[in-house]
Design a protein around this ligand. Structure first.
Ligand code: BG6
Length: 510
């Protein structure tokens, strides 16, 4: 089964070792993501022997720099950000294969130059190179890059095997439904859907994949995984960091676009979807889309809206005083961009009717933690009604301290009957050690072998935007009216507490 070609998600690594000669072209070579994540991921794949013998990395950017200079930049990025120390032997093999092409993203000549460079490499090795075009630029140049990949013939280099040209595209995938549809249209004019790999890096995280294993490789959960036993679900993606140096991007985005539309929605889809018939890319994504389609439109106002938004005020995070959102560098003093968002979603299907799903995310919260908490219904009857019993909670901790915990009630030893909630805890690091691959290693590798299971399909991203866009439009129309605030270092605003209190619930402190 491990190497069954019908189940790419389950492939053994031997399959990766067989990837064809490959060139990865990174558009946005001087960007932050390239240095922090992409180059270190490629380096770690080289370290593990998971790149094909004929592998090349070409950085593409506006700034004219020689190959040697790009190799130096790449080496610095590996030294600073790789999870493993740089090994001189591994780098000696990868460095001469790390190249650079400069040009404007909208200049056809630059793509002709890129094409020539790839043709030259193919001539040297006497074989065709599968080409992965990784778009990691600001979204304003997504369209010119896609059009030029089409116009220059780079997107269709392999006439007999068109899937040997692929495009990987980073977020933000649109800023609302209409722009996401336009971008999909742009992409699919040039590439077939099977050639398109839309990234949500949360899907590359080990613990997110483990969610699938926990749900579908253990038989004990399925009978409980429904409205008969589950009271509600809380999905939290909390960050300690503030807007930092990304004000230019963040002011145009805000938490709903930046985190809720993509990362938390994906966590929700994987938690709530039906079991896929197999782990081939279509079956899994079909189930996610089905689930997203069952989510009901949210109430935007009235006494009990389903949404809350807020900005952080000055406070203390990790023992350090930090400024409020409105006084951060390059943030407009009257900004209406939310640094925190929470929503309550209802899923109208057989399994989840009546079970609220609460999603929240924010910057400058008390602690960096991402988790999915399944809160079960209380035990029926009142045998222990006077005692301190807690509802059972199963929590998948995505990061940090990756693991899984279950809260149960236990009898405190002694002659009188007292109960106490206790926690059963599984920690990855304790059981498996701590050197887990980074999300981008898995995703780059999967794209190289053409496995789209952990990438977002076009219809999936559009459905998610369809759900979020009315909220964005409502907030845009409201401006700052209704914008709540929370003290940096706290767990968020009162309006988000009210969202749960309306149903007799409270946020759990992860
Ligand atoms: C990115 C967002 O997608 O995810 C950032 O743009 C956020 O604002 C980041 O900080 C969080 O990712 P992680 O992997 O650190 O949880």
């Amino acid at each position: 089964m491990a190497d069954d070609p019908r189940h790419p998600f389950l492939h053994g690594l031997s399959k990766h070792r067989g990837s064809p000669p490959t060139v990865i072209v990174i558009f946005g070579a001087s960007g932050d993501l390239t240095a922090r994540k992409l180059i270190p991921a490629i380096y770690n794949l080289a370290h593990d022997g998971l790149l094909p013998a004929d592998f090349y990395l070409i950085g593409f950017g506006r700034k004219p720099i020689p190959d040697e200079e790009f190799q130096r930049i790449a080496a610095d990025a590996i030294k600073e950000f790789s999870r493993r120390e740089m090994s001189p032997d591994v780098w000696a093999r990868l460095a001469p294969r790390t190249l650079y092409v400069s040009g404007g993203y909208d200049e056809p000549e630059a793509y002709a130059k890129l094409s020539q460079r790839i043709n030259g490499l193919e001539k040297d090795i006497g074989q065709p190179l599968q080409s992965l075009f990784y778009i990691s630029t600001p979204p304003t140049v997504f369209a010119p890059i896609i059009q030029n990949l089409g116009g220059s013939g780079l997107a269709s280099r392999h006439l007999r095997q068109p899937q040997q040209s692929k495009v990987i595209i980073e977020k933000p995938f649109g800023r609302d439904l209409a722009s996401a549809q336009a971008l999909n249209q742009e992409l699919t004019t040039v590439f077939a859907e099977e050639q398109v790999f839309r990234i949500d890096h949360y899907l590359g995280k080990e613990t997110v994949q483990d969610l699938l294993v926990q749900r579908f490789a253990n038989s004990i959960f399925e009978p409980l995984w429904n409205r008969n036993y589950i009271d509600h679900v809380q999905i939290t993606v909390a960050e300690e960091v503030g807007v930092g140096s990304r004000a230019g991007y963040y002011e145009q985005s805000g938490c709903l676009r930046d985190m809720i539309q993509n990362h938390t929605m994906q966590l929700l889809a994987l938690t709530a979807m039906e079991p896929p018939v197999s782990f081939d890319p279509q079956s899994l994504r079909d189930e996610k889309v089905k689930l997203l389609k069952a989510i009901q439109p949210v109430r935007l106002d009235g006494d009990h809206p389903d949404v809350a938004r807020a900005q952080y005020a000055a406070g203390m995070v990790a023992g350090k005083a930090v400024p409020g959102y409105l006084t951060e560098k390059d943030i407009a003093p009257q900004s209406a961009t939310e640094s925190y968002a929470a929503i309550r979603l209802s899923i109208n299907n057989w399994r989840w009717q009546g079970v609220p799903f609460y999603l929240r995310s924010g910057k400058r919260l008390a602690r960096r933690v991402s988790e999915i908490a399944i809160r079960f219904k209380r035990a029926p009857g009142n045998l222990f009604a006077e005692l301190n019993t807690a509802p059972n909670t199963l929590a998948f901790q995505i990061q940090p301290d990756e693991g899984l915990s279950l809260i149960l009630n236990a009898k405190v030893p002694g002659l009188e009957t007292r109960t106490q909630p206790v926690k059963m805890n599984f920690r990855y690091a304790t059981t498996f050690g701590s050197n887990t691959p980074e999300a981008y290693e898995r995703l780059v590798l999967d794209a190289m072998i053409g496995d789209g299971t952990l990438f977002i399909r076009g219809d999936e991203t559009e459905r998610s935007w369809q759900l979020i866009t009315p909220i964005l439009e409502h907030w845009a129309a409201q401006g700052r009216t209704g914008m709540d605030s929370y003290v940096a270092g706290s767990w968020g605003p009162a309006s988000a507490d009210a969202l749960l209190a309306a149903n007799g619930h409270a946020w759990r402190e992860p």
